[in-house]
Design a protein. Structure first.
Length: 220
């Protein structure tokens, strides 16, 4: 059975949330402009899973209308009752590189006590590429949540601001090997003599994955 705007719309209007999920999945096979128009009302669906699935597609479909996407994603970031959906909105804002939303992301990071929302905001800042994100990422390095800390390390590597190097080097002694692994990747992206000195130390790490990743980044 072929997928048409009419058949997808019928699924999206179904009382069965499984049908609505199926309709959202079928949007991936449709022309972007039409898919964007059909997905917009789904971000306020009564079912959390449907809203999450809809918001999660904005990092691709949102390119169709960045102004409308910014408005929609800001609304979900602030107003959705479920942290999963708020986190997906943060991810999409970064994916679309909507730097206009930086202040909103920063405000929500400080306003929310939910670790998933904070994690998603910090993780997306590297992709967002907004230089003002440096200070927030520096703050996140001191988080008492290990996952938020690790996301900050990765995002600082992506952001590419060499001021991060002296902030990151102490993590070479972190007890968690996954933190050290992310650190090698971040230092490899940042580069420079100071980063290479830390990578040489990490190349001797007792955990093979860390040592090998450090060696890979030293050879780049």
């Amino acid at each position: 059975m072929s997928i048409t705007p009419e058949s997808v719309q019928q699924l999206l209007k179904s009382e069965n949330f499984g049908d609505r999920i199926r309709g959202l999945n079928q949007l991936r096979q449709m022309e972007t402009k039409m898919a964007f128009e059909l997905i917009k009302p789904m971000v306020t669906d009564k079912n959390t899973r449907v809203r999450y699935a809809a918001v999660s597609q904005f990092d691709t479909l949102g390119q169709e209308d960045l102004v409308a996407s910014l408005e929609i994603l800001r609304d979900r970031l602030y107003n959705d009752p479920e942290p999963d959906v708020q986190a997906a909105a943060a991810d999409a804002l970064g994916g679309l590189k909507l730097t206009e939303a930086f202040d909103d992301l920063s405000k929500m990071y400080h306003q929310s006590s939910d670790w998933l929302i904070q994690f998603s905001i910090i993780a997306t800042l590297g992709e967002l590429g907004e230089p003002r994100g440096f200070d927030l990422l520096q703050e996140a390095l001191t988080s008492d949540n290990n996952l938020v800390q690790t996301a900050a390390i990765s995002s600082l590597g992506e952001l590419g601001d060499n001021r991060a190097i002296p902030l990151l080097i102490p993590f070479a002694n972190n007890d968690d090997w996954q933190v050290r692994y992310r650190l090698t990747q971040a230092l490899g992206r940042l580069g420079g003599e100071q980063a290479n000195v830390a990578l040489e130390k990490l190349a001797q790490d007792e955990v093979e994955q860390v040592a090998q990743e450090a060696k890979n980044n030293l050879s780049n």
